[in-house]
Structure formats: structure tokens, C-alpha cells
Design a protein around this ligand. Structure first.
Ligand code: MN
Ligand code: MN
Length: 299
């Protein structure tokens, strides 16, 4: 169950994210440096009174998720691309997570519409007591009706305070999953559609991390940094760009890799469709209310 104070905070985070995505459609254009997009949208979230729930994800073409600019990123938004912008804000730990797809080639409009329609139909079906697998089936069928594949190893997720993945998932394909939606729960629903393999694979690139546990470092610089990471981000994902005041920039990557190898940090590799297919995504955060889902990340 959500209290009115919690509801107020989630709604505030949701409004910040819907404004940010609206702003994104004027910022993101072919030729614009990806790092400018990330920094501008993250600044925008903060200017509206939100805190960052995770780094701004800019996932281009066959990249489905988890790309955010590293320090000194030189990549730019390509011509004729399909670009997913996925942003998250929180107010006192109450998270809103949403994404849109922008197309810079009319060839990708149907692909974009497929995930958008799947999201709309999924949300329409959510009510307390509804099986999660029913919503998964709606997502799968909608995307297939457009002639595309849902990405089967990416899913929506329950969210809790300071917790992006709160235990229950909403797969984008039908399953035998027994869980139901419960009144008061907060979910991010996020269908992904592709003209490729229909599943993503890890690439060797990693730009997003989160705190896992205090281990691997005895009284050292790394231990101090790890403690700061724990208190600053409260377990939420962060970018190496956010650590420039904590670690000398040339050392950041090395320090983070060491922390990952010792199990102190969790890493989120960039995810790509296994056949290099183009990918679209649509995402909203919703609250399950007695009569149905309330979308918190739409205007
Ligand atoms: Mn997201
Ligand atoms: Mn999400």
C-alpha cells in the first residue's frame, strides 16, 4: 500500500521524468554528441528538483540498454538511427523510470510503434489480481502483430524505495510465472521490440555500476571511495562521469574494474540484440491502484 506522502513523491518524480523525456525529443538529434545528451538531461532532472536514479541511457540502433557516455565520450547520434532515451529520477528514494524511442529514419516508425502500443495495452490490462503472465502475453502478442519480436531477456520490474529491481519482473514474453499485481505496487513496464534475434547479449563495454557490498579492500583509498559510493548512491546505478570529484579521472576506470572484480560493485554491460537487429523501447512507471494502473510518467 502507498501512503499519500509516498504517492506524492512518486508523482513528483514521475512529472520530472515526463518533462525530461519531452525535453529529450528537442535535444536528441543526429550529429549531437551523446555525452551532451546525457549531461543535459541529467542536469535537467536536477534542475526540476529530482535526484538521479541512474545515469541517462542513450542506446542507439542495435544497442538495447545500458549505454551511458563514459568520460570523454566522442560518440555522436548517427544519421538514420533509432535511439532509446531511458531516464530515472527519485524524490527521497521514490523512483520514476521511463523511456522513449526517437527515430531519425521513417523506416523505423513501425518498430517504434510496436513497443509503444505494447506498453499502452499492457498498462490498460493491469489491475490488482491480474496475473503478470497475462500482461506479458499482451506485450508479446502486440509486438508480434507488428511483425517484430519482443526481447525475451529484458523485462519490466517492481520498484521499491531506493530499489530499481524490487524482486518481481514483467517479462516481455508469456511465461508460466505465477505472480499477480497487488494494489499499491509500483512497476516500470518496458516492452522492447526488435527486427533481430529477440534476445540481448552482453557486450564487453561497461559504463554503469552499482554498489554491491563492502568487501575486497582493507584501509585503503579504494575502501574510502567505496564507502562514499555506498552513501552517495544508496545502491542505485551510477556513471563513471559522476565520480570525478572522488577519484582522479585518469584512474576511475581502473579503480571501478578492480571493485567489480572483487565483488564490491555490480556492473551493467551494454546490451545488444544478438543478431544486431534494430531495437525500440517504451517505458512508463505505474502504480497499481484499486481500479487499474495509474501512469506516473505521463503528463
Ligand atoms: Mn528505464
Ligand atoms: Mn526500467
Amino acid at each position: 500500500m502507498v501512503s499519500s506522502d509516498e504517492l506524492d513523491k512518486i508523482v513528483r518524480a514521475g512529472k520530472i521524468i515526463s518533462s525530461t523525456l519531452k525535453y529529450a525529443s528537442s535535444v536528441v538529434k543526429p550529429g549531437v554528441p551523446v555525452i551532451d545528451v546525457c549531461e543535459e538531461l541529467e542536469r535537467y532532472i536536477i534542475s526540476l528538483g529530482g535526484e538521479l536514479a541512474f545515469p541517462c541511457n542513450v542506446s542507439i540502433n542495435d544497442i538495447a540498454a545500458h549505454y551511458t557516455s563514459p568520460l570523454n565520450d566522442t560518440s555522436i547520434i548517427p544519421e538514420n538511427s533509432i535511439v532509446k532515451i531511458d531516464v530515472g529520477a527519485h524524490v527521497d528514494g521514490y523512483i520514476a523510470d521511463a523511456a522513449i524511442t526517437l527515430c531519425f529514419d521513417s523506416e523505423f516508425i513501425d518498430l517504434m510503434e510496436a513497443s509503444k502500443a505494447a506498453l499502452e495495452r499492457a498498462i490498460y490490462a493491469i489491475k490488482p489480481g491480474v496475473y503478470i503472465r497475462q500482461v506479458s502475453r499482451i506485450i508479446e502478442n502486440t509486438i508480434k502483430s507488428y511483425g517484430f519480436k519482443p526481447i525475451r531477456n529484458l523485462s519490466g520490474h517492481l520498484m521499491k524505495r531506493y530499489l530499481l529491481h524490487g524482486g518481481k519482473s514483467i517479462p516481455n514474453v508469456s511465461s508460466s510465472y505465477d505472480e499477480v499485481f497487488l494494489e499499491g505496487e509500483v512497476y516500470a513496464i518496458e516492452p522492447f521490440a526488435t527486427n533481430g534475434a529477440g534476445y540481448v547479449e552482453d557486450t564487453s563495454e561497461v559504463y554503469i555500476y552499482s554498489f554491491s557490498k563492502m568487501k575486497g579492500f582493507k584501509s585503503s583509498f579504494e575502501k574510502k571511495v567505496l564507502k562514499k559510493i555506498r552513501s552517495k548512491f544508496r545502491g542505485l546505478p551510477f556513471s563513471e562521469r559522476w565520480l570525478v570529484n572522488l577519484i582522479p579521472p585518469p584512474k576511475i576506470k581502473v579503480v571501478l574494474e578492480k571493485m567489480v572484480s572483487k565483488g564490491a560493485l555490480h556492473s551493467y554491460p551494454v546490451l545488444r540484440d544478438a543478431n544486431g537487429g534494430m531495437v525500440s523501447q517504451a517505458e512508463h512507471t505505474i502504480i497499481v491502484l484499486r481500479d487499474g494502473a495509474m501512469i506516473v510518467t505521463s503528463e
